[in-house]
Design a protein around this ligand. Structure first.
Ligand code: SF4
Length: 265
């Protein structure tokens, strides 16, 4: 079993993958050098990058205060379980995944066990998470690569993780940040995409689903040591206060830092 470590890590240069993006778990941002000259566009574009970074730091501080124990909501005991749970979480709620995984992890307790799984049996066990055929294929494929190429241990670096079937930057960032304690990139899920836009922390993305550019923007404005922590905080805030349909700006302590505050009323 891989050991959980909390270490600071130099970010991996994001080099490719945008053209290969095929599912919710696939995606990569183009290479960009961190620069202080980037200028956001539109209404939020009046803010300089330095000012945006300062505001982002205050947002992170408030998220830390609001959600000091924010963690990944997917139940897991090791990197392999987190990997499988994250693959299952595509287009599915964490609650639903957490209902499926206890029996799943009891039945399959190693990468080799997943590699040798009967596809029909695995599909039946994960059916309720949706897209179960693709997910079963990815999980069995990942089990095979982890067994054959990595000695049964989930790799702890971006390049190797991206060689696993069903794993792209979002999943890899979850594994690296949550299990290995490495801030290599920023997870962009539906909540983080939405909040990055509302909070004016992404300015190059077309919309809240443009995960490639949202990640790039967040990496440019959030302090690197907060990438994983802030991601968890944003997800909690998206669930508890800044919902997709009805953000509760009146109760939101981020309102003084949010360019979208009260624009929904
Ligand atoms: S002020 Fe409103 S839009 Fe901004 S983060 Fe808070 S709830 Fe969301």
């Amino acid at each position: 079993m891989a050991k959980k470590m909390k270490t600071k890590t130099k970010p991996t240069k994001i080099t490719s993958g945008a053209k290969k993006q095929t599912t919710a778990t696939k995606g990569a941002a183009p290479a960009k050098k961190r620069s202080t000259k980037s200028q956001p566009k539109g209404a939020a574009g009046k803010e300089s990058l330095d000012a945006r970074r300062q505001r982002a730091e205050r947002i992170v501080a408030e998220l830390d205060r609001l959600y000091p124990d924010a963690e990944c909501a997917l139940t897991h005991k090791n990197a392999l379980e987190l990997l499988v749970a994250t693959i299952l979480s595509a287009q599915c709620t964490d609650e639903r995944v957490n209902k499926v995984t206890p029996a799943l992890f009891k039945r399959y307790s190693s990468a080799k066990a997943f590699a040798e799984a009967d596809v029909a049996e695995l599909e039946a066990m994960i059916q309720s998470t949706g897209f179960f055929r693709n997910k079963a294929k990815s999980i069995i494929g990942a089990g095979r690569v982890i067994t054959d190429r990595f000695g049964g241990d989930v790799p702890d670096n971006m390049d190797d993780l991206l060689t696993l079937p069903g794993v792209a930057r979002k999943t890899a960032n979850v594994i690296l940040g949550t299990w290995f304690g490495k801030n290599v990139g920023v997870v962009v899920d539906t909540h983080i995409g939405r909040l990055a836009h509302r909070l004016g922390l992404s300015w190059r993305s077309r919309d809240t689903k443009d995960a490639v550019k949202i990640e790039l923007d967040l990496m440019e404005v959030l302090p690197q040591d907060a990438w994983t922590r802030a991601g968890h905080g944003l997800i909690h805030h998206g669930r508890q206060v800044c919902g997709a349909r009805k953000p509760d700006c009146g109760a939101c302590t981020l309102a003084p830092l949010c360019p979208s505050a009260h624009t929904f009323e």
